[in-house]
Design a protein around this ligand. Structure first.
Ligand code: PLP
Length: 358
C-alpha cells in the first residue's frame, strides 16, 4: 500500500477495500454487485440503515437528531444551510478560520444578511480565534464554523457556547476523528472523502426542531424532503453509502471513536515532534494550541529545499505531501485510515532529510 497522505479523497482502510473486493461481484448471495442493486431493494435498504445506525452508535447521536446521506459535497451545504436555516430578519454569523469558511460565508451572503463573528485571516489563518474574541449578534439565525481547516492545518479544541443559537459546523475533515458532544450542535455536515469513505456522499446530522417545511425551496435543496424520505427521495449514491457502512464497521471493530482519537494523537505527535525537534529546519504553519491532528502543515527554510524535499519524498513512495495550491509548503493529511507505521516512516524520512540537508 502507498504511503498515502492525500487531503481527500484520502486513504481508506485496507480491510474495507478487501471486504468490498470480496463482495464486489456477489453481495450477500444476490449474484449482483451492490452497485447493481435497486435502491428500493431489501438488500440495499439494509446497507443504508446499517450505515445510519452505525454512525448514530459511533457518534452517540441523540434521538432528536436526523442523519441524512446527501450529494453535492460539503460545498452544497454551504448553500443548503442558509437556504434552510437563515432567517432574513436575523441574519447569520460566520467564524472565518480559512478558505472553506470563506466559501461558506460567500454562499450564505447570496441568501441573506451575514456578519463575521471572528476571523483569523489577518494573521494568515495560523490559529483558531480565542473564544473571548468571538462575538455574534444577540439574535442571529445560527453561528457557523469549520471545525478543522484542511488547508491551513488548524483545528478547534473547544467550541463556543452558543446557548439557544444553533451552532452549525463543517466537520468535513475531522468528523469521527475524536469524541464530540453532538448535542452541542444544531447541524453538522461533512463530505465523506476524508474520514468516512469515498467521495460521493455527504453526511448531514440535523437537530429535528431545525427542520422546517418551506415550499419556496427547490425540493432537492430542502432538508425536509430528505428527512421525510430517509435520504431516498431520489437515487442515493448507493456504492459510496455501502463503503461508508464498511468504514464505520471498521471504526467500530477498532475500538470506536475513543480508540481512534488516541491513535490519531499518537500519529500526529510523531510528525509534530519531527518538526519541533528540528531546530527550526521545519516550521509548522499552525500555532501550537491550534494544531490539527488531521492535517499537518509545514515549510522548509527555502522554496528550493521544499521542492527537493517533495521530490525525494515522492521518490520514496510518499503521496500527497505538497501543500494546498493556495498556501504552498508541505502538508501531511493523516486521517483515521492512515496507519501509525506510515506516520512513523514519514517522521523518520523528515529527520533523515534534515540531517543530510542542514
Ligand atoms: N469543507 C472542508 C473543511 C473541506 O476540507 C472540503 C474539501 O476538502 C470542503 C468543505 C469541500 O468539500 P466537497 O469537495 O465535498 O464539496
Amino acid at each position: 500500500r502507498a504511503y498515502n497522505f492525500n487531503a481527500g479523497p484520502a486513504a481508506l482502510p485496507e480491510e474495507v477495500l478487501l471486504k468490498a473486493q470480496k463482495e464486489f461481484l456477489d453481495f450477500e448471495g444476490s449474484h449482483m454487485s451492490v452497485m447493481e442493486l435497486s435502491h428500493r431493494s431489501k438488500e440495499y435498504s439494509r446497507v443504508h440503515d446499517r450505515a445510519s445506525a452505525l454512525l448514530r452508535e459511533l457518534m452517540e447521536i441523540p434521538e432528536d437528531y436526523e442523519v441524512l446521506f446527501l450529494q453535492g459535497g460539503a460545498s452544497l451545504q454551504f448553500s443548503m444551510v442558509p437556504m434552510n436555516l437563515l432567517d432574513k430578519n436575523l441574519g447569520a454569523s460566520y467564524i472565518l478560520t480559512g478558505s472553506w469558511s470563506e466559501k461558506a460565508l460567500k454562499e450564505a451572503k447570496k441568501v441573506g444578511p451575514v456578519e463575521v463573528a471572528a476571523s483569523t485571516k489577518e494573521s494568515g489563518y495560523h490559529a483558531i480565534p480565542a473564544l473571548a474574541d468571538i462575538q455574534w449578534k444577540q439574535e442571529t439565525s445560527y453561528v457557523h464554523l469549520t471545525s478543522n481547516n484542511t488547508i491551513y492545518g488548524t483545528q478547534w479544541k473547544e467550541f463556543p457556547q452558543t446557548g439557544h443559537i444553533p451552532l452549525i459546523t463543517d466537520m468535513s475533515s475531522d468528523i469521527l476523528s475524536k469524541k464530540i458532544d453532538v448535542s452541542r450542535f444544531g447541524l453538522i455536515y461533512a463530505g465523506a472523502q476524508k474520514n468516512l469513505g469515498p467521495s460521493g456522499v455527504t453526511v448531514v446530522i440535523i437537530r429535528k426542531d431545525l427542520i422546517k417545511h418551506d415550499d419556496s425551496l427547490p425540493t432537492m435543496l430542502s432538508y425536509d424532503t430528505h428527512v421525510n424520505s430517509r435520504s431516498l427521495y431520489n437515487t442515493p449514491p448507493t456504492f459510496a453509502i455501502y463503503l461508508l457502512s464498511l468504514v464505520l464497521e471498521w471504526t467500530k471493530d477498532h475500538g470506536g471513536v475513543s480508540q481512534i482519537e488516541k491513535l490519531n494523537k499518537e500519529k500526529s505527535a510523531l510528525i509534530y515532534n519531527a518538526i519541533d525537534e528540528s531546530s527550526g529546519f521545519y516550521t509548522g504553519h499552525a500555532d501550537r494550541d491550534s494544531r490539527s491532528d488531521m492535517n499537518i502543515t509545514f515549510t522548509l527554510p527555502s522554496s528550493e529545499l521544499t521542492k527537493q524535499f517533495l521530490q525525494e519524498a515522492a521518490n520514496e513512495g510518499f503521496i500527497g505531501l505538497s501543500g494546498h495550491r493556495s498556501v504552498g509548503g508541505c502538508r501531511a493529511s493523516i486521517y483515521n485510515a492512515v496507519p501509525l507505521e506510515h506516520c512513523l516512516t514519514l517522521a523518520e524520512f523528515m529527520k533523515n532529510f534534515q540531517k543530510t540537508n542542514s
